[in-house]
Design a protein around this ligand. Sequence first.
Ligand code: HAM
Length: 441
Amino acid sequence: MIPLIRGFKDILPDDTPVWKAIEETAAALFQSFGFKEIRLPIVEKAELFQRSIGENTDIVEKEMYTFSTGKGEMITLRPEATASVVRAYIQQQLYAKDPVQKLYTIGPMFRRERPQKGRYRQFYQINAEVFGIGAPYIDAQLIVMLWNLFERLAIGGLSVQLNSLGCPVCRPAFKQALTDMLEEGTGVLCADCLRRKDKNPMRVLDCKVPACRDVMKDAPSMTDYLCEDCASHFSKVQSALGLQQIPFVLNPRLVRGLDYYTRTAFEIQTDALGAQNAIAGGGRYDGLVKALDGPEQPAIGFAIGLDRLVELVSQAMPQQSLTPDVFIAAIGEELQEKAFEWSCALGLSGVQTEIDFSGKSLKALMKRADRLGAAHVLIAGSQEMAQGSVILRNMKNKEQVPVPIDGMVDHIKQYLKDYQCCKESEKKKKAIPEPVRVIRF
Ligand code: HAM
């Protein structure tokens, strides 16, 4: 066997329903906030990520899967989607139609990080990006939307971590103050931070190494250095969040690992996943569209780590895999062609159908139906066929009803409908147990 590559994973059939449920819940919610879906390539020119995420970030320095095409061109498996969405906004001139664009996209990202629980080399994100709106209300609205998504998915134990990273006007003074402080701690900083100190001092703020944390405990806060415009913007984001009763924690250590951010930066963190505690992260990137040769347009967005969110949702709700409504048990070789026709007709009419063409004994077929969790088994043998009907057996209450072969699909659909109604009304009156209704044709 050739196993899969370290850091990559299969998403198995029992797990895909949770993935789909999350994706559908997110898409429905985002659409009601005016977002439209965009689908993008997973490979882009390496330069796109180098210029947007930043040369001195961990992602660009050591985590990108970059290949030469052999023609002098370097291409990269996307480590994130924001750069690609910005590229499409510019290249497809979406701004010309309307500078305000609200876009979401779902798909795989690739980073060559050290694999561990919650951290993969191929992972999935749901991204939402807004272009053309600088108002602080949109920052708050994105967080409201995210928070509501987690509420819809019934996930608790979350916190919104919030910071402002300022702008090119106010950030240099903060960086200088930070660099001055770091000079004093050079003896104890970890190797990564020693490198970051000169090139990207803000990243030292969120280093997890205890010695670095110690040096940073008296570090200045960006919020003390914000210019008037950034301070006022940040204050409005906070009061708008307050209006929507979104709890948040001001976190001056939150710097995010990508260089394009300006002003609002946020993360949604959980206490249920161990070290990889961020399930979503985002922020404003007002300078990026211009920096990638587009028009000057503000922008903000976030990405949800789908793998981590699935893990949380699976912890909260039991797995529900798809099971057949009807399993066709046709006994004997001579009935297989008929059974094939029935299975096609039932499947095409929307009844979830499973069939075993092996012509095995009824006992073996019933065993298989049981293993598959089939709700009903359609039993056909030569005796039933001679009478012009087959038997539909309810696997739960063991009730068996004859179904005429003529018009069989419609009869079965009607039976399933009646049975469903029966089950639902029984659920409602579950305090008063009633005998199971027998439906006959
Ligand atoms: P990010 O913080 O790098 O931001 O990633 C967002 C989320 O993706 C993280 O919070 C985490 O849940 C998930 N994630 C990241 N790396 C991995 C990994 N190796 N394995 C599993 N999950 C992972 C961005 O990517 C920005 N583009 C977000 C953004 C959108 N900012 C503005 N717009």
